[in-house]
Design a binder for this molecule. Structure first.
Ligand SMILES: [Zn+2]
Ligand SMILES: [Zn+2]
Length: 352
């Protein structure tokens, strides 16, 4: 018994020694890596779509580090403000790649705080046809009418729990703090149309290749070509660009205006629901009317904010509601753009 105990203690000591030397080894290794990484070009990205694009463009390329700023856990990016941790990272960054078009409401503050930080604005590049002549026609401008939130509060033709909930909230918050969404009069969720996402990838690759004006093959240009081909070949619309072409759809999140556009469908009714968005009963009944009047068969929605309205739509009209991903929340890897788009298309196909 005693002997056993001694052996046990010895073993324990041995393992402690092993553990601590392994620990030291890793510590040294990590430290070395860290020093090496200090010289890397730190590329920060503002949101998942440009993060995914940048990961693909810089895949395996030496000398770069890609980091995404923190992402909102609820709501959309345009309502988001940066954490102090984000600002700290930006102070060390060499480049910030943004979606643009008003999506990053904090952008001006960042530019003011770090005037030397190189900013790549993918929306701007498309808008000003920097290399993609004609693609700016795919940029969707906001409809003015979306902000007539206050009208017709008295008419409450809807009954049931959902309608009551929706109307209860109307009076409290009105649209002034909502205005910043649409500062540029643009719908900036451009990545949802794969053709525009390809332009974003191009814009990012162009910015990163800037020092190489001769356009000889480089690891970045090779990645760019590979990823562009991948997007071309692996995004599978499953025939929806034929099935839905010319048909009428409604959307419960403005991101899906680009999904509809990429399939050739017409958006006949938009209700942009997000966490701060309050909807009046008048607006709800107008929306339901638009669905009925235009024979809308399918409504694109985001689950978190669209579910109760979605239930109401399915209860009161013949339209079916499909819940899609916008890529705004959560963490993604390099392959996510293609898998998320394809799963969105599968969901649409399955509900038709
Ligand atoms: Zn949004
Ligand atoms: Zn709005």
């Amino acid at each position: 018994m005693k002997k056993n105990k001694l052996i046990f203690v010895l073993l324990l000591l041995c393992s402690i020694t092993v553990v601590s030397s392994v620990g030291t080894f890793f510590y040294v290794k990590l430290n070395n890596n860290h020093t090496a990484a200090e010289d890397d070009i730190l590329v920060m990205t503002s949101c998942n779509p440009v993060y995914i694009a940048t990961l693909n463009v810089l895949d395996g390329v030496d000398g770069y580090r890609v980091e995404n700023l923190s992402q909102p856990t609820t709501g959309c990016l345009h309502d988001y403000t940066l954490t102090t941790e984000d600002m700290k990272k930006l102070s060390k960054a060499d480049m910030l790649i943004v979606n643009g078009g008003g999506m990053e409401g904090y952008l001006e503050d960042v530019m003011e705080a770090y005037p030397n930080l190189q900013i790549v604005d993918t929306y701007e590049d498309i808008e000003h046809s920097n290399g993609f002549i004609g693609m700016d026609t795919y940029l969707i401008k906001e409809e003015e009418k979306e902000h007539d939130h206050e009208e017709e509060k008295e008419s409450l033709p809807l009954e049931g729990k959902v309608a009551a909930e929706l109307t209860d909230e109307v009076s409290n918050e009105v649209s002034d703090e909502h205005e910043h969404h649409h500062d540029h009069g643009a719908n900036s969720h451009i990545w949802m149309d794969d053709r525009l996402f390809k332009c974003q990838v191009t814009s990012i690759a162009n910015a990163l290749m800037e020092p190489n004006r001769n356009r000889e093959e480089t690891p970045i240009s090779k990645n760019f070509l590979e990823y562009s081909n991948k997007l071309e070949n692996e995004i599978d619309k499953q025939g929806l660009d034929k099935t839905l072409a010319g048909s009428n759809v409604a959307i419960l999140h403005e991101a899906f205006a680009y999904t509809a556009q990429s399939l050739g469908a017409n958006v006949v009714a938009t209700m942009d629901l997000d966490e701060e968005r309050q909807v009046s009963a008048g607006e709800v009944s107008e929306f339901l009317d638009a669905i009925r009047d235009n024979n809308v068969a399918i409504v694109f929605a985001e689950y978190d904010y669209g579910k109760s309205m979605g239930d109401l739509i399915e209860e009161q009209t013949d339209a079916k509601v499909v819940y899609l991903e916008t890529l705004v929340h959560g963490s993604y890897d390099a392959s996510s753009y293609i898998t998320v788009q394809n799963s969105n298309f599968s969901k649409i196909r399955d509900i038709l």
